[in-house]
Design a protein around this ligand. Structure first.
Ligand SMILES: C[S@@+](CC[C@H](N)C(=O)[O-])C[C@H]1O[C@@H](n2cnc3c(N)ncnc32)[C@H](O)[C@@H]1O
Length: 435
């Protein structure tokens, strides 16, 4: 690896964030992929700050841009937009007296480094006015229109209208407010033999959800050590819902369809204690993380199957001599991710109206294929991290009415709406095949 150049060595978490935001603006790269490109030399608190600035700028882009468009006729090149969005987020984030002036001064210095002196003059003028505009902007009133809410809470117009039609005005506003807050980091306690020690409880705060702890910031070295030792896994409390509904029993063989990166495979194995988890996913780069996670499982047998369940069906198990039918199956399908937008701040900007129907078609296909692998009397949990009925109850209803769903009945379902549960959104449906 080449050593960093002098100008790269001068980059701070702030400048890294501004550069990543510029790439996001210019090329629409996914934010999680952008974060992975951050140099490994940026670690600990610095890495956290860069991530916070990047996610904050993406999360608040709509509101900041609405102000910028009143101040400048043409948005500057992406490099400068990145700087303005990060500075805009810092202004929204707020701080102690003199904060706005400090943000402005810092943005100007960064523009000299990352762009040019003439652009630094533009940034100087714009950030001052942006600070004044954001500070004097009132929170939209209760009776605000969808367009006002969309602009202030930085979401696409059509999405806010869709939510108002589905959940009503109050819930929509609660969801918008929810999505605009940075997500806490949660850890699930994995060690079955002991509870967290007093020392561990100094950085793990118990939550309302058994086995889940909020990780206090600034403890990354301890978190990494605990992850490596297999005592914790970082995941939101919402991920427990599907696994609880499946209720894996000691000694069972559980099929985890759509398993990568493996968060639920781990949770299934930790609930089983003994037995087997068969994890299936497409042969893509995502499988590497799945492999790493399966390697963290002990006491439970694991098998990794790479294949397309929709195309190959039960054939994917033949080469590995694995059963073609299971008493317990989880299918955690790809979805719009509308329940996890607080973590995945770019999803709302990527999603298109037509994506819901596209996902629903794929989900029905996957559920139908997975259902064929359930043995008589066995159960399958269909789960998503979407809040949308089209991807949840509608898919399950369509499945039950289809030829593939004959012999299945819906036993139970659970839906987490973040504004009610206080954690990510998710949905899970327990279906049983007649014995
Ligand atoms: C929501 S993610 C699963 C998350 C995972 N269950 C966890 O808890 O970490 C959906 C997964 O479905 C996989 N997938 C999509 N189509 C598939 C198919 N036809 N066969 C197998 N896996 C598929 C994707 O590769 C993706 O990893």
């Amino acid at each position: 690896m080449n050593p960093p150049t002098t100008s790269e060595a001068r980059l701070t978490p702030w400048s890294h964030a501004a550069r990543l935001v510029a790439r996001w603006v210019e090329k629409g790269e996914r934010v999680d992929a952008l974060l992975d490109t951050m140099p490994r030399t940026v670690t600990g608190v610095d890495r956290g700050r860069c991530q916070n600035l990047l996610l904050g700028a993406v999360r608040h882009r709509g509101r900041i841009e609405a102000h910028l468009k009143q101040l400048i006729t043409l948005l500057p090149r992406p490099r400068v937009q990145g700087i303005l969005l990060v500075a805009g987020f810092e202004l929204i984030e707020g701080g102690t007296e003199g904060h706005a002036a400090r943000v402005g001064h810092h943005a100007v210095e960064q523009t000299k480094l990352l762009a040019s002196p003439s652009e630094a003059r533009l940034v100087n003028a714009v950030v001052r006015k942006l600070a004044a505009g954001l500070a004097s902007e009132p929170v939209p009133p209760k009776e605000a229109s969808a367009a006002q809410l969309a602009e202030y809470f930085s979401h696409p117009d059509w999405m806010v209208k869709r939510w108002i039609a589905q959940y009503g005005a109050d819930a929509t506003r609660a969801l918008l407010e929810w999505n605009q807050k940075p997500a806490p980091v949660y850890a699930r306690w994995r060690n079955r033999d002991r509870a967290p020690s007093e020392d561990e409880l100094k950085w793990l705060t118990p939550t309302a959800w058994a086995g889940f702890y909020e990780v206090k910031s600034g403890n990354w070295a301890l978190v990494e050590a605990a992850l490596a030792a297999g005592v914790i896994y970082l995941q939101d409390p919402a991920t427990r819902l599907a696994v609880e509904l499946l209720a894996p029993k000691a000694g069972e063989s559980v099929l985890d369809m759509c398993a990568a990166p493996g968060g639920k495979s781990l949770a299934i194995a930790d609930t089983l204690g003994s037995g087997r988890v068969v994890a299936v996913d497409l042969p893509t780069t995502r499988v590497e993380r799945l492999k790493e996670n399966l390697a963290r499982i002990s006491g439970v047998e694991t098998a990794l199957v790479q294949g397309d369940i929709g195309v190959d069906g039960a054939k994917i198990f033949e080469a590995q001599g694995l059963p073609k039918a299971y008493a317990a199956v989880l299918i955690d399908v790809p979805c719009t991710n509308t329940g996890v937008m607080r973590h995945r701040a770019d999803v709302k900007w990527r999603l298109q109206v037509g994506d819901y129907a596209k996902h629903a078609r794929q989900q029905l296909g996957l559920l139908t294929a997975a259902a064929q692998l359930v043995e008589a009397g066995g159960r399958i949990v269909y789960s998503t991290c979407s809040l949308d009925e089209d991807e949840n109850v509608e898919v399950v209803d369509a499945f039950l009415k289809s030829a593939g769903g004959r012999g299945f009945s819906l036993e139970k379902s659970t839906v987490s709406r973040p504004w009610e549960t206080g954690h990510d959104g998710a949905a899970a449906f327990l279906l049983r095949r007649k014995g």
